[in-house]
Design a protein around this ligand. Structure first.
Ligand code: PLP
Length: 303
């Protein structure tokens, strides 16, 4: 038969978690169950679907190794606290990801999204948990040529997480309708992605990414105290920069400071570091060598 160089197609997999919370009632069913990707596993009245009332994480998996697994689990627990959900069983989620990797097979670059919802409306208030895994799309172009970005307001002041915690800023909730809507607005403006800004003039994060800025030998990211997620890829980026002698800092970043940065990236667990080549219509230089080394380091990262 003719030699083929294309990899075998990946079959996505779903793992359901029977008792995703430390407070889940005991039961006889196995904790984890493997399902084909197209088998429905969630009830139509699940609050994750009907209200977006729940949380999730997306982790990157390179050659079977989960990146930043503990950072993701800690952020998951923090999101659950902000939403006042019963405490999730982090070890059950860790095991679900590992089982999913076994079933996904030999994939170079994959991701796992795991979900935790408040349960089924008016029938059972027991949380629902599951994970699904698939091959990661190819992000080579975004990681090398970069992305065009526009700044768009999130409409809140910088201190919203402190003054109005019920708005759930700083939690990775399932309510990502706004995070998708801003991408459609960006596309209308000819851009690929967005940096959210506050009503009082600060830069925050992307709808699915963390903003990382370089000023000479100094690397900055907006402070996670102010309603942005602590990015796990950004933590990996800081480790990379520190190993190369850069200093790193979390601080409030004014939107008008973006123009002075020598290089900007948006980082996340799937796309890794995407350099910004245009911001609000202004072309920016890309340090291709530094960006390639950063992405290489993020890909090689272990837990
Ligand atoms: N900020 C938001 C709003 C996100 O949704 C994400 C990830 O999807 C990030 C930041 C980056 O987080 P991580 O680097 O852990 O993927």
């Amino acid at each position: 038969s003719p030699a083929s160089t294309s990899p075998a197609p990946v079959t996505p997999v779903v793992i359901t978690i029977a008792r995703p919370s430390l407070e889940s009632p005991p039961g006889d069913e196995p904790l984890l169950r493997v399902h084909p990707f197209d088998e429905p596993v969630v009830d139509a009245m699940n609050l994750g679907i009907t209200r977006g009332d729940g949380i999730f994480e997306t982790v990157g998996i390179v050659r079977g190794a989960v990146h930043g697994v503990d950072d993701h689990l800690q952020r998951f627990a923090r999101s659950a606290r902000i939403l006042e959900l019963p405490e999730p069983d982090l070890e059950a989620y860790r095991a679900a990801v590992e089982l999913g990797i076994e079933h996904l097979g030999d994939v170079d670059d994959a991701y796992c999204k795991y979900v935790y919802t408040r349960g089924i409306e008016s029938r059972s208030w027991n949380p629902t948990g599951y994970a699904f895994l698939d091959a990661n799309p190819d992000w080579t172009k975004e990681r090398t040529t970069g992305i065009a970005v526009v700044t768009l307001t999130r409409g809140y002041a910088l201190d919203v997480a402190q003054t109005a915690p019920w708005l759930l800023q700083g939690a990775k909730t399932l309510s990502y309708g706004v995070n998708r809507a801003v991408l459609r607005e960006a596309a209308r403006r000819g851009a690929d992605d967005v940096v959210f800004t506050t009503s009082d003039g600060y830069a925050l994060e992307g709808p699915t990414s963390t903003l990382v800025l370089r000023y000479g030998d100094h690397i900055v990211t907006p402070s996670p105290e102010h309603g942005v997620l602590l990015g796990t890829a950004q933590l990996g980026a800081f480790a990379f920069f520190e190993s190369r002698g850069f200093s790193t800092e979390y601080r409030d970043v004014r939107a008008d400071e973006l123009a002075d940065a020598e290089q900007l990236w948006l980082t996340n667990s799937q796309r890794l570091a995407a350099p910004i080549h245009r911001l609000d219509g202004r072309d920016l230089p890309i340090d291709a060598e530094l960006t390639a080394a950063l992405n290489d380091s993020l890909r090689r990262r272990r837990s």
